[in-house]
Design a protein. Structure first.
Length: 255
């Protein structure tokens, strides 16, 4: 199921199912869920997609399809949550980006971001260009190429060829080390920095993990927040504009 308009949703769902790298049973459940969506049985499709996820499988197609189901049901929070999960695994899929933008347009909270130096934006763009899974593949290929070129250099007899090969070896090695560094940063961020989405229509943010504490501000369904701390039944969250506070854990879906 790609864009919401002008595409045969069922056909694309079937094609996605053919590439879905799970067992035959999971593929069958996946295709059944696609058929439910095609019949506008969104609740049934959601149940089947989530059944696959509960078995421990994680796939951007499943998250993307769940986002579309929730979007059709006007559940903006869950739609944003699952589009974000899909985008996290596949950050360059244009359809995921497009539908995530559509869902974000329906969010009430308009959080103004402080201006940033352009080099910080450039660094974030480079750092987030690949997902951690994609970075694993990129780094592996780069080191394999570096080793392959090094082996050829060791056996080359021509001085001119050896000089050119060493240039390529150094270049490939530097690029491999650079992306390895990016990979380590992304893994650290993946483990230490968590984001979440508000799933309830409105939710009060408190100054402390206690409903008797001061009301700080209110968030609405679909708002994206950063998780800073956790206590029993509560999450400390912060926004890009610097606001922070405590919110009930049950109101959030972790990306």
């Amino acid at each position: 199921m790609k864009k919401f308009l002008g595409i045969n949703i069922f056909l694309i769902f079937v094609l996605a199912g053919l590439s879905f790298g799970q067992t035959g049973h999971q593929k069958e459940v996946f295709l059944q869920a696609n058929q439910n969506y095609a019949k506008q049985n969104y609740e049934g499709a959601i149940e089947l997609y989530q059944k696959i996820l509960k078995q421990g499988y994680e796939n951007s197609d499943i998250y993307y399809n769940l986002g579309n189901c929730f979007y059709r049901l006007n559940q903006v929070g869950n739609a944003v949550l699952y589009f974000e999960k899909a985008h996290k695994l596949n950050p360059h899929d244009p359809d995921i980006e497009y539908n995530l933008e559509l869902a974000n347009l329906r969010i009430v909270d308009n959080i103004q971001l402080p201006p940033r130096f352009f080099l910080f934006n450039w660094w974030d763009a480079v750092k987030n260009y690949y997902s951690p899974g994609q970075l694993t593949y990129v780094v592996s290929v780069l080191f394999a190429v570096t080793i392959f070129l090094l082996i050829i250099w060791l056996y080359a007899k021509s001085y001119r060829l050896r000089r050119w090969l060493m240039t390529f070896v150094v270049t490939a090695g530097v690029i491999a080390v650079f992306w390895s560094y990016i990979f380590l940063i992304r893994i650290h961020e993946y483990k230490s920095h968590r984001d979440a989405v508000v799933l309830t229509s409105t939710e009060t943010v408190y100054s402390a993990p206690d409903e008797g504490s001061t009301d700080v501000f209110v968030l609405h369904e679909g708002a994206k927040v950063k998780l800073d701390d956790q206590r029993s039944g509560w999450m400390e969250i912060s926004l890009p504009d610097g606001k922070s506070g405590w919110i009930k854990s049950q109101a959030l879906g972790i990306i």
